[in-house]
Design a binder for this molecule. Structure first.
Ligand code: TYM
Length: 359
């Protein structure tokens, strides 16, 4: 791995159902970027436990995410793949950053506000870990002197917080952290949200390189496709069977009218489907519009289902192979943790020294 390459860091939380939004918004881009960057991909298990998890299911989910990374084409020869909890520097720096983070900034986070409602326990209310989620995420990123963070658009607010924490720390204690930038789907910039919400799409001065993927729910194209959606018709899971994919796309919400055009404001549902189609087949949505002039939704949806099935087939096949070799997967994760440990230990040592701890 050449040292003069810039560093990317990203992760998926092993919770809920990993879906095509996670793939198109994040993992698919990582595969391409790993040739260009020093790449570090983490299974962020400590983030997953900020919402209640069943221990047995969590163990399985952690392995599932690791196998999805590998099956999607993340190559351990090119990239570091590891489990967050295997590298203690994440929690150490997370804690230290908490002591520099105003409560109000955490309370403002949209993801916190959404999840607070979903997970609030009647007896105990909201757990502190959920509020502190973004400081742990900042630690993940800053430990590796990350330059770019390839994520879906929903993570931009957390990345802005990461940037301001890093800037504040550097100002107070001297240069310590690289100031990272979000890298949001550098290929395409036509998501419904990106167009409807221009400030999100154009915040280049805040470290967002380009606007990008926000895949919306199939049952509700106004809300993002979500891992924790109660209705499985909201998402296409990466491991859904061809029959399930056909069925889910067939019943996906559509807009009024008949035209198949990319118009996120007036036709959010069909625009979302066009975006999914485009990303799976590497085709511009304008090309797809032309192809479907005069055709109806049923024809379009049938072809879309085929495109998704074909796009996921090699991933699913490789996944089934990996399932038979859990020891090989664990070995990759252990080796990844060693490499991650080597890099992150330098940062945590410097941080401790700067703030006056004796290391
Ligand atoms: P998570 O696990 O919710 O999602 C993983 C990745 O998938 C993207 N994503 C989407 N992209 C497009 N459309 C959607 N509907 C959609 N839903 C999810 C997310 O943007 C993300 O890139 N906080 C992070 C995990 C994390 C992390 C980090 C990421 C922890 N530490 C450090 C980057 C760097 C999260 O919950 O992602």
């Amino acid at each position: 791995m050449a040292v003069n390459k810039q560093t990317i860091f990203s992760g998926v939380a092993p919770s809920g159902t990993i879906h095509i939004g996670n793939y198109l918004g994040a993992i698919k881009n990582w595969v391409r970027l790993q040739d260009e960057y020093r790449s570090i991909f983490c299974i962020v298990d400590l983030h997953a436990i900020t919402t209640p998890q069943d221990p047995e299911k969590l163990r399985k989910k952690i392995m599932e995410v690791a196998m999805i990374y590998l099956a999607s084409g993340i190559d351990p020869e090119k990239s570091i793949i590891f489990i967050q909890s295997h590298v203690p520097a994440h929690t150490e720096l997370g804690w230290i950053l908490n002591t520099f983070t105003p409560l109000g900034e955490l309370e403002r986070m949209t993801q916190y506000k959404d999840k607070r409602q979903e997970t609030s326990d009647k007896r105990h209310g909201v757990m502190a870990g959920l509020l502190n989620y973004p400081t742990l995420m900042a630690a993940d990123i800053l430990l590796y002197q990350t330059n770019k963070i390839p994520v879906g658009e929903d993570q931009l607010q957390h990345i802005e917080l990461t940037r301001s924490l890093a800037e504040r720390f550097n100002n107070r204690f001297g240069p310590t952290f690289t100031i990272p930038e979000a890298l949001v789907d550098p290929v395409r910039s036509q998501s419904p949200k990106a167009t409807a919400d221009a400030p999100l799409a154009h915040r280049t001065s805040n470290g967002v390189e380009k606007s990008g993927a926000r895949i919306m729910g199939l049952d509700d194209p106004i809300k993002k496709m979500s891992k924790s959606a109660r209705n499985p018709e909201n998402y296409i899971a990466l491991l859904d069977s061809p029959d399930e994919i056909h069925k889910k796309i067939k019943i996906a919400v559509t807009d009024s009218g008949k035209e198949i055009i990319f118009d996120p404001k007036n036709k959010p549902a069909i625009s979302n489907l066009l975006q999914i189609f485009g990303l799976f087949t590497d085709t511009a949505t304008q090309e797809l519009e032309k192809k479907y002039v005069g055709k109806n939704y049923a024809e379009f949806k049938k072809d879309l289902a085929e495109a998704v099935i074909n796009g996921l087939k090699p991933i699913q096949e490789k996944y089934r192979e990996l399932e038979k070799k859990p020891d090989a997967v664990i070995k990759i994760l252990r080796e990844g943790a060693e490499s991650a440990q080597t890099i992150s230990s330098k940062t945590i040592k410097a941080v401790k020294e700067k703030i006056g701890l004796i290391s």
